[in-house]
Design a protein around this ligand. Sequence first.
Ligand SMILES: NC(=O)c1ccc[n+]([C@@H]2O[C@H](COP(=O)([O-])OP(=O)(O)OC[C@H]3O[C@@H](n4cnc5c(N)ncnc54)[C@H](OP(=O)(O)O)[C@@H]3O)[C@@H](O)[C@H]2O)c1
Length: 331
Amino acid sequence: MTTMNHRVVLASRPQGGISPANFRLEAVPVPEVGPGEVLVRVRFLSLDPYMRMKMNDVKSYTPPQVLDEVMVGGTVGEVVASNNPRFAPGDAVAGGGGWQEFHLSDGKALRKVDRSLPLEAYLGPAGMPGVTAWHGIFNIIAPKAGETVLISAAAGAVGSVAGQLVKSVGARAVGVAGGPDKCRHAVEVLGYDACIDYRADLAGQMAKAVPNGIDGIFENVGGAVMDAALKHINVFGRIALCGLVSGGYNAEPMPIRDATVLLTQRVMLRGFILSDHLDVFPRALADLGARVASGHLKWHRTVAKGIAAAPEAFIGMLGGANLGKQLVDLG
Ligand SMILES: NC(=O)c1ccc[n+]([C@@H]2O[C@H](COP(=O)([O-])OP(=O)(O)OC[C@H]3O[C@@H](n4cnc5c(N)ncnc54)[C@H](OP(=O)(O)O)[C@@H]3O)[C@@H](O)[C@H]2O)c1
C-alpha cells in the first residue's frame, strides 16, 4: 500500500469568485490506525454546492470550513485496516472522509454499504442528494397526480432525482436547466414532461411549459429562474427552497424580485436543510435504493480523475459543467 496520502486543503477564502488558488494540494503520510479506529481508502469523493458556502467565514447553518484543513466532503471507500469491531478490511463504507485519498474514522459516522449498487450511487441517488430530493418532493411539495411541479437545476444530482419522483406519483414535471443538451437529457432520459433552457427566452419558454400554472417549485437555483417561476405559481402553491446556487454562494444577498404573489396566491415557502431531517434517511434510502436497483431511477455521473482534479471539477460543477452527480474518482 502507498505510504502517502494526497489531500486538498482550503488555502484561502474566496473574495467574490472562487479560484483554484483557494485550494492547496498536500502529501502527508497515511495515518496510523489507533485504538477503535478505522482506516478507509477513499474510492469516490462527492463534490457538492454546500462546500462553497462553507468556504465563506459567515454565519450559516454550518460552521465555516477551517483554513489549512482538509476540505470536508462525503466519500465512499473501502476499509483497509480496522481496530474497530464493527468494521473489517474490505468493507465498503460511506462517510465524510473529505478531499483526500485516505481517512481515519472512529466509526461513528461510517455506514457500511451494500455492493449490489455501484459504490458511487451512495453519493448520488442513493445518498444525500437523493434524500434531499425525496424530502423536498414528498414531505414539502407532496404533489398530487395531475399537478405541475417545476424543478430547477433539473439535470443535476438533486434535480434529476426530484423530477423522477414527481413523475412517479403521476404529476407533471417541468425542468429548468442550462443548455439544450441538458434539457434533452432531462426529457429523453429522466422523463421530464418539458425542460426550459434558462439561457434562452426564459419567460417565453416558461409560459409555454406550464399552461396550467405551477403547483410546486423545487427550487435549487433562485434568482431569475425563481422570479420567472413565481409568476406562474398557483393558489396554495408549495415551494421547497432547497438551494440558491445561481448566486454562487458568494455570501451576497439573494433577493426575490416580487414577493406579492406569495401573499396573493397564499404560497407556502419552506426553506430546508437536510441535516435537520435525519429521521427521514432510513425510509428515503430504502425507497431510493430500491428504485436505483430496479433501474426505475435513472442517474448519471460526471467523474473527474484523481484528487488533484478536485478543485477544477468543483468550480466546474458550480458553473454547470456537470451532468448528474459530480464525483472525483480516486482510484
Ligand atoms: N437544502 C439542502 O439540504 C440541500 C442538500 C443538497 C443540495 N442542496 C442544493 O441543491 C442544489 C443542487 O445541488 P446538486 O448537488 O444537485 O448540484 P447540481 O445540480 O448537480 O450542480 C449544480 C448545478 O447548478 C446549476 N447552476 C449553476 N449556476 C446556475 C445559474 N446561475 N442559474 C441556474 N442554474 C445554475 C448548474 O446546472 P445548469 O447547467 O442547469 O445551470 C449546475 O450543474 C444546490 O443549490 C445545492 O446547494 C441543498
